[in-house]
Design a protein around this ligand. Structure first.
Ligand code: ADP
Ligand code: MG
Length: 387
């Protein structure tokens, strides 16, 4: 990751030096933060992510053959190369699996793609829950869509990048991250119904409300492969089966008292998280539309409590980040992402930002935790061509 991204002309010059020709263009796609709606996606529920002002950028040139050459600004080894006819799922290394996964998924969908030379630059920190991987994939698929006659819609690109992650990278991810990256818009969050995959933009502007959104990266690594994620999915499935619904999306808050009599204690708490979280997403959307971001703090807090106590996917570092931010002026805070590590977000009045930052750093030092990464993000445009 680069602290400051290369400017488009710098990236183009670097591309020219490395590959001996100018790129056909430069495309960028953002990482994302999920404002609220956690572990609701695979229950066919609601999520509310937004595209952030940190992006992956790819300079791309179409080749005349089936070779692919891949370079990034963070590695100084020569380009990785691959042949389009020999792409094997789960065989690619490091970040190259994301662009290769996109090429593979397009070919699997019957779309003819050319060989390319590619240079990647990104300031989306990897593994911090900001979906650095989808930022890369969405930049690459936007480039390929523009450079070929594929004519993909945003939804086609959402599904192709999902296929790349599931089938080539080997990560069991859904549609949230790339929907935010591809459909995001400045000053808006993306309200996504994971059942019909319909996406609507909802106004979300922190600046005019005198707020900043802080991301606190605990540096505790999370992994989708770890059993916690699979076991939560299994609990949700069990809950839906016992309650006789296709997905927990179909259970309402008012159904919970009855559900508690039908489910074992742990499964009930898992179900309660999903059901109340869906309700919180809907309430957040309503409040953003009617009153703005100052009105959503308590919903963020309630979401965190639900993930900590009912879904049990938080960890001491995330809890400390959230509690400390709240105690020092944040109006709402929650862990974001899959859990068991990763990042928390804290919606904070501008004037309280320095105090929240230093209090969190002090609290982590006192607890003997690694120093967290703390930075602000704001709702930014989705994937697009920039040069
Ligand atoms: P997330 O998408 O939540 O950031 P993932 O584990 O899905 O986490 O993707 C992180 C991976 O993406 C890293 O292991 C690395 O291979 C790759 N990656 C993404 N951005 C960068 C970057 N700027 N520098 C190096 N590797 C990166
Ligand atoms: Mg990822």
């Amino acid at each position: 990751m680069n602290a400051a991204p290369f400017r488009p002309e710098e990236l183009a010059a670097r591309f020219q030096r490395e590959y001996g020709a100018a790129p056909d263009g430069i495309w960028q796609a953002p990482g994302r933060v999920n404002l609220i709606g956690e572990h609701t996606d695979y229950n066919e529920g609601f999520v509310l992510p937004f595209a952030i002002d940190r992006t992956a950028r790819v300079a791309v040139r179409v080749r005349g053959d089936l070779q692919v050459r891949l370079l990034s600004t963070y590695g100084d080894q020569g380009p990785a190369s691959a042949n389009l006819n020999q792409l094997e799922p789960e065989s690619a290394k490091g970040w190259t699996k994301y662009p290769l996964g996109v090429l593979w998924a397009l070919r699997e969908a019957g779309i003819t793609v050319p060989g390319i030379d590619l240079l990647l630059d990104s300031d989306v920190p990897p593994g911090a829950g900001l979906s650095s991987s989808h930022a890369i994939e969405c930049a690459v698929i936007s480039a390929l869509n523009d450079l070929t006659s594929a004519g993909l819609t945003a939804q086609d690109m959402v599904l192709a990048t999902q296929r790349a992650e599931n089938g080539f990278v080997g990560a069991p991810t859904g549609i949230m991250d790339q929907s935010a990256s591809l459909r995001g818009a400045e000053g808006h969050a993306v309200f996504l119904d994971c059942r019909d995959q319909n996406a609507t933009l909802v106004p979300f502007e922190t600046g005019p409300a005198g707020l900043v959104l802080l991301v606190i990266d605990t540096k505790v690594s999370h992994s989708h492969a770890d059993g916690g994620y699979a076991s939560r999915r299994a609990s949700c499935q069990l809950g839906a089966e016992v309650l006789g619904v296709g997905a927990l999306r179909d259970v309402q808050v008012g159904d919970l008292p009855e559900a508690s009599g039908l489910l074992d204690e742990t499964t009930f708490r898992r179900v309660r998280h999903v059901v109340t979280e869906n309700d919180r997403v809907l309430q957040t959307v309503e409040r953003l539309e009617a009153e703005g971001p100052s009105a959503i703090g308590l919903l963020l807090d309630a979401s965190h409590a639900s993930m900590r106590d009912d879904f049990e996917i938080s960890c001491p570092e995330l809890d400390l980040a959230v509690e400390t931010a709240r105690a020092h002026g944040a109006i709402g805070a929650r862990m974001t992402g899959g859990g068991f590590g990763g990042a928390a977000i804290a919606l904070t009045p501008v004037e309280a930002e320095p105090e929240v930052r230093s209090a969190v750093v002090r609290a982590f030092a006192r607890a003997g935790y690694r120093e967290p990464g703390i930075f602000t993000v704001s709702p930014a445009p989705g994937a697009r061509r920039i040069a």
